[in-house]
Write a protein that binds this ligand. Structure first.
Ligand code: ZN
Length: 232
């Protein structure tokens, strides 16, 4: 409820992954507080901007950590874990989404046996991961460990959407656009009261434009280039 102050309950061992998770969840907390004035019906966002504040918080924290790190080995570790995270957030979640679409489409023809769901899972994973990755025995049932498939079907696309959206937003932020922070706070304060097209217009961004997504994906590409150029 927007009237209640949010709390975070996390495992924290001081590792860089824990710091990124803390930044992520704090982003949700900040978003919730800023949108609280919209009231209980409009403060919650739809899926599209649901992961904006969290992923943006991660990106700011990552850049700050990377800037402070001079040791090449540590930079390599930070960059590779960020690239892995981004691939998980975008490529892997899109594979999850593709899996859901195929399962739901097949379900229209009748009930599915576990073996059929397993096969769809293996097919989609093989397409997504490519030939270099071989699935171990028992991987066929791994779809069952993802709660989103049961509790919030198709939610997973919000991660990929959020990551690409934040990459595009971050690119704007890096250009040090005058008034970026104010516009960003307004976006968060809107909660679920506006469509994403309205939320993004003040930043000159349009999610219907393929260039918007290319910009987001080029950030991942840039980090991979940076990683390849780092010699630990
Ligand atoms: Zn989140």
């Amino acid at each position: 409820m927007p009237s209640a102050h949010p709390y975070l309950m996390l495992n924290y061992m001081g590792r860089s992954r824990d710091i990124m998770t803390l930044a992520h969840e704090l982003g949700h907390g900040v978003h919730q507080r800023l949108a609280a004035a919209q009231g209980p019906i409009l403060s919650n966002t739809p899926l599209t901007p649901a992961e904006t504040a969290s992923v943006f918080g991660e990106m700011l924290t990552f850049r700050s950590l990377l800037d402070k790190t001079t040791d090449p080995k540590q930079r390599f570790a930070l960059l590779s874990s960020k690239v892995e995270d981004m691939l998980n957030t975008v490529v892997r979640q899109i594979a999850f989404y593709t899996f859901e679409r195929r399962v739901h489409t097949a379900r229209r023809q009748g009930e599915l046996r576990t073996e059929e769901i397993n096969q769809i899972w293996l097919d989609v994973q093989a397409e997504s991961l490519g030939e270099a990755i071989i699935s171990n025995e028992g991987y066929d049932i791994f779809w069952a460990y993802i709660p989103h498939f049961i509790h919030s079907p198709f939610y997973v696309y919000a991660y990929a959407f959020g990551d690409c959206l934040v990459n595009s937003l971050y690119a704007q932020y890096e250009k040090a656009n005058e008034g970026f922070a104010e516009r960003y706070f307004e976006l968060l304060k809107a909660g679920g009261s506006k469509h994403h097209s309205e939320l993004l217009a003040p930043f000159g961004l349009d999610a219907k434009d393929p260039k918007f997504w290319s910009l987001g994906l080029s950030m991942i590409e840039g980090l991979i280039d940076e990683l390849e150029a780092t010699n630990p």
